[in-house]
Design a binder for this molecule. Structure first.
Ligand SMILES: C[S@@+](CC[C@H](N)C(=O)[O-])C[C@H]1O[C@@H](n2cnc3c(N)ncnc32)[C@H](O)[C@@H]1O
Length: 358
């Protein structure tokens, strides 16, 4: 006898329709907020206090009609607060830390920028669904990298030397004493520059296969005045590193790599026998069931729109944003010739931290 289909649950159906409406609304709210970030509207509200649409428009050089409509949307979303008596709109300080405080620990502007640049490739991503392959890194415009650097600034400015480095006393000691350090997949070099400012006795090299990132990283090093001890080089690190190092780092790189095995092998081979590899990867679980939730959904989205898709475009493994949970990373590290993989007891919803030794 054929199994009876499960009874249709009307209450569940209506609750789900409501939930999808909420998500659709939040998508529009996020797009409006991203405009607010691009146009400096949140920052202006944060610095100048409660404002009318006329005042905000005048300060930011936008059309008043657009400012008024945007303020309406942000008020409806409860991102800003409206006082009908004065006709003024305010960004509460508790919201400003997320929406207007560039480089602050909760700032979300970089994420908005990265998302907008990533979803601009929706046509090519759709094509890749149908035909396989992917979208090459070079297809994305510069604003994706600007956004990525703003996202990274959040931890580079607030956590790297204040929280993460002290949690790795062995690495901290090496860096303070003077060590040869490589950051593989360095992007625009924020992490190395911060480390070089905090630990000036060490010598630092950043490698990235994406030439525009290296050019910007070198500019950033000049601006920070650390070119005496920091340099950047364009290189596909999966083909090997050209020197030996005491400390090698990767921040959010291995899951993106076309050849994660090759990359880890190259890192292992370039590490001195008493060296340490610090790997920062996504904090995720082995099973899809345990990745359910807002961070999981956001990560799968970024994977489709960038991480998995750029790796597949290079004929790579396409691990995806959530493709390197602890168990998988351990397996890959052991295959690459490492013997000891320690997960550090650092609580962070987005990142997992590993100290890895030969
Ligand atoms: C998500 S970004 C992270 C950038 C930087 N670590 C940060 O956190 O801001 C990943 C970076 O890894 C680089 N990358 C990926 N595979 C690489 C490889 N085989 N060799 C060198 N760089 C690589 C990419 O070009 C990209 O800049």
């Amino acid at each position: 006898m054929a199994a009876r289909p499960p009874a249709f649950d009307q209450v569940k159906s209506e609750a789900f329709a409501g939930r999808v409406l909420e998500d659709t609304s939040m998508c529009m709210v996020t797009l409006m907020a991203a405009l607010g970030d691009r146009l400096g509207l949140f920052k202006s509200l944060a610095t100048s206090g409660p404002s009318t649409s006329v005042e905000l428009a005048a300060r930011t050089g936008v059309s008043e009609r657009y400012a008024r409509e945007w303020l309406g949307g942000m008020t409806a979303a409860r991102y800003v607060e409206y006082d009908p008596d004065s006709g003024r709109f305010a960004l509460p300080p508790e919201h400003a830390s997320t929406l207007a405080q560039e480089d602050g620990p909760f700032f979300v502007g970089g994420q908005y920028q990265t998302m907008l640049a990533a979803i601009a490739q929706i046509g090519r991503v759709e094509e890749a669904f149908r035909t396989g392959g992917g979208v090459p890194q070079s297809a994305y415009d510069d604003s994706l990298w600007d956004g990525q650097a703003r996202v990274s600034a959040r931890w580079a400015e607030n956590l790297l030397t204040q929280v993460w480095l002290p949690a790795l006393p062995e690495v901290q000691t090496k860096l303070k004493r003077g060590a040869a350090v490589a950051d593989v997949g360095c992007g625009r070099g924020l992490a190395l520059i911060k480390l070089a400012l905090a630990c000036p006795n060490s010598y630092y090299v950043g490698y990235d296969l994406f030439e525009p990132a290296i050019a910007r990283a070198s500019e950033n090093a000049r601006a920070a005045g650390v070119t005496d001890r920091v340099r950047f080089q364009q290189l596909n690190a999966a083909n090997g590193l050209p020197a030996q190092f005491d400390v090698i780092t990767t921040f959010d790189v291995v899951h993106d790599a076309a050849d994660p095995h090759g990359l880890l092998r190259a890192i292992r081979q370039a590490l001195r026998p008493d060296g340490i590899y610090v790997c920062v990867e996504r904090n995720c679980s082995d099973t899809l069931e345990e990745n359910i939730g807002p961070i999981g959904a956001l990560s799968y989205g970024m994977s489709l729109f960038y991480c998995m898709t750029t790796s597949l475009a290079a004929g790579g493994a396409g691990l995806g944003t959530l493709g390197l949970p602890e168990t998988r990373l351990r397996e890959l590290c052991i295959e690459a010739g490492f013997r000891c993989v320690d997960r550090l007891p650092l609580e962070n919803p987005f990142n997992a931290f590993y100290g890895i030794k030969p």
